[in-house]
Design a binder for this molecule. Sequence first.
Ligand SMILES: Nc1nc2c(ncn2[C@@H]2O[C@H](COP(=O)(O)OP(=O)(O)OP(=O)(O)O)[C@@H](O)[C@H]2O)c(=O)[nH]1
Length: 478
Amino acid sequence: MAFFTKLKDRLFKSSSKIDEGLEAIVSDGGEPEAEAAPSEAAPVDAVMDQPGVASDVMPDRQEDSGPMLAAERAAEPDPQPTPDPVPQPEPDRPEPTPVPDLPEPDQTPEPQEPPQDPEPTPEPDPIPPVSDPEPVREPEQVPPVSDPGLAPTPTEMPQSGGLRQAMTPVAPDLAGEASDSQQAKPGLLGRLMGRTAKPTVRRTLDDDMLEQLEELLISADMGVDTALRVTANMAEGRFGKKLSVSEIKELLAAEVGRIMEPVARPLPIYAKTPQVVLVVGVNGSGKTTTIGKLASQFRAAGKKVVIAAGDTFRAAAVEQLQVWGDRAGVPVLTAAQGSDPASLAFDAMGRAQEEGADLLLIDTAGRLQNRGDLMEELAKIVRVIRKKDETAPHNTLLVLDATTGQNAVNQVKVFQEISAVSGLVMTKLDGTAKGGVLVALADRFGLPIHAVGVGEQIDDLSPFDPQEFADALVGVDA
Ligand SMILES: Nc1nc2c(ncn2[C@@H]2O[C@H](COP(=O)(O)OP(=O)(O)OP(=O)(O)O)[C@@H](O)[C@H]2O)c(=O)[nH]1
């Protein structure tokens, strides 16, 4: 299954939250409008051109928000002063496979009236639920993602069953309708063939609606500042206009994609070897798993990798890393529990140099409870590896668990204080992950997101595709 199909599938809980929220917001105060076309969604641009809708009625709060914010963002200092990683050649990045034509909720025809309703009253149809040396070739970082176990089962496609259920009992009505020329309601066949106008619920974008949208995005973990910025940009030029759920989704996905686009950057690979990658993050965030996945992918791409199990504090962490090293076919250097991780890092650096390794991945402890100790430990690791290569570490990857929601924001702040974080890996973007926090992180820190973890298997790590992520988060059909 293509990665982002998987992500979309796994972000379902998160996106359905936004889906449901938008549906409720638009229903609350929205009105059904008959449309000539059977499809619900009008292009967003069309909304802008609706006659009789003033485009200059934005309240003060909306003025200049978009351009100004964009300029502010552009003026923000680069979070990674040195070295500027050389972007990887794009051709080596695997193209995300298009989402297959699964019956998406919004694409499935609406059920018709149940048969129990002998009175074909003219009610409207139900509202649809809606600085370094030259770069070297980038390795094949992502092996094909193929986990048949993750494929949606037919039971995950309730809309199909719903359609069948709706159509079967509707049949007896056919005779009734044909014989009743008094019916104001259009005939069944006409409705089935989509010739009849289907009401689309639209709501006028006003302060109340904006506030509800802000609250929805905050509840989806985007954080207050980002939620306000996103809704302000969405509303720019559209205040007072009527919007449907589909139109709002498109606007939201576009805005999220715009924020995420600059941070979607693969891990830079340098010509100078060994490239030292220091991996930091709180316990349980997924450091060990991510190191195993990275090692496996780099090795599969023909790179020679060495791992240093630098979390000497926990024996279990070392054992776990050895298991991942075995899976990836990569040597793991360990030291006795409680020994100095800097000493291990120094030895590992020596071995990586002697063996001509391309990459040295160094695991570290994540005990944030004692920030001073951790800061000193990380500083010492950096000091000693610089005795062998003064440009090391070349990357400091912060691994964040996306399920921690807004807590991830605090973790970035703390780790930026105690180490020179150069990029992020977001793990656990599956299950109950609240992907909205990625938007907050990108908006606030601008750190590159090098990869995302979407499962516990060795292949469940992929490059970050901003627009596909935005669509998956918001629930826009591919
Ligand atoms: N669902 C899911 N689980 C993940 C992902 N990445 C890691 N995990 C799980 O998260 C748990 C913690 O992962 P670890 O790799 O041990 O985290 P750590 O940061 O090394 O934690 P310590 O070893 O305690 O320092 C494990 O059960 C992993 O299987 C992911 O992308 N998705």
